[in-house]
Design a protein around this ligand. Sequence first.
Ligand code: FAD
Length: 379
Amino acid sequence: MTRTVVVVGGGIGGLAAAGALHRRGWRVAVLERAARFAEIGAGLSLWPNALRALGALGLAERVAAVGVAEAGGGVRDRSGRPLSGVDNAEVVRRHGLPLTMVRRADLLRVLLEELPPECLLPGGEVRAVRPDGGGAVVEHRGGRLRADLVVGADGVGSAVRRSLWPEVGPPRYRGHTAWRMITGPLTGITADGAVFWGRGERVGFTRLPDGRFYCFAAATAPPGGRSAGGEHAALTRRFGDWPEPVPALLAATPEHAVLRHDVHDLPPLPTFARGRVVLLGDAAHAMDPFLGQGACQALEDAVTLAAHLDATGDVPAALAGYDRSRRPRTRRIARRSALLGAASLWSWPPAAAVRDHVARLTPASVTTHAMAPVLGWTP
Ligand SMILES: Cc1cc2nc3c(=O)[nH]c(=O)nc-3n(C[C@H](O)[C@H](O)[C@H](O)COP(=O)(O)OP(=O)(O)OC[C@H]3O[C@@H](n4cnc5c(N)ncnc54)[C@H](O)[C@@H]3O)c2cc1C
């Protein structure tokens, strides 16, 4: 008998899981709150662990075709002097794959192409999920669906998590806000990327495949803020006199392209699975973006979930195996990302000076070595 799955959320994690299960013969429905399946105008770093996950989904070549291997500009201080950072040549040497930058929309398109259009249900905001015998029922805007398995991939504010994990607290504000943007086409910039650390703020950039750049910035701020006069003007005031090419990149960014989001993570969950319902991606383990691992972990989740469902026809047993595989690992990575992310935004001058000094004394090979447990994951 064909097994049925409802995936709640059509982001990177949800579509990766949906594609993996569709390939295995599950009847899949993806309920997405938004009116269409789309991603924000930002870039995404895909580390070797994510590229291996995409390989397991049969998508390695298609993602490589829309991505660019980052040369790894490393971390710099506020005046542009090199501190440290991961060396991409060393990443390739150790892990056989490069840190790769993609546009989020391009990755989403590749994932969407794996699914027949009839699986995709946009405008299907989910309100609640409840267990129902040997399955679960999903209440959504247009009605209800019953399935053998429900995958909650509906992001940090997950309605699935709220329904079945009522004891888990709300997302926690990390104390900083983030800006992301893709520039217009630019020539004359030789660097492929870098991240500059200041006091209570940081800004970085990386090259995208089509002559544009992805820029990202963060600053400590109260939650819910918006910049009077617009975010582009605020970024120009904040970073307009930082080392080149930051000012040139800001000048080449259309005003409407600047996105601002407050950064939240989640308290640790006691389990990622309850009955026939499982959480993945940000719904399970939203984390500080400092390590660029949130979507990478969502891809690992999707592949691991499919593998556990392959291994046994007993869905709750497969979900328990998934939980055992994924929870400790994502917890460790989230903790590390939170610690390093916080340090990168220290604003007390002596602390920032010590941080920069330690980073300057740390060879890139050591930083890359320290990332090995994260990047060395295999499906
Ligand atoms: C500033 C910043 C930079 C980042 N950079 C990187 C990076 O370089 N590399 C990396 O790997 N990660 C990065 N991340 C993390 C990454 O963006 C997330 O981890 C990733 O998008 C999680 O994917 P997801 O599919 O789990 O959730 P989401 O991307 O949040 O997708 C959830 C989907 O569910 C839908 N949805 C929500 N509620 C409902 C509902 N009730 N019913 C139906 N649908 C619903 C939403 O519309 C959305 O489409 C970054 C994050 C931030 C904030």
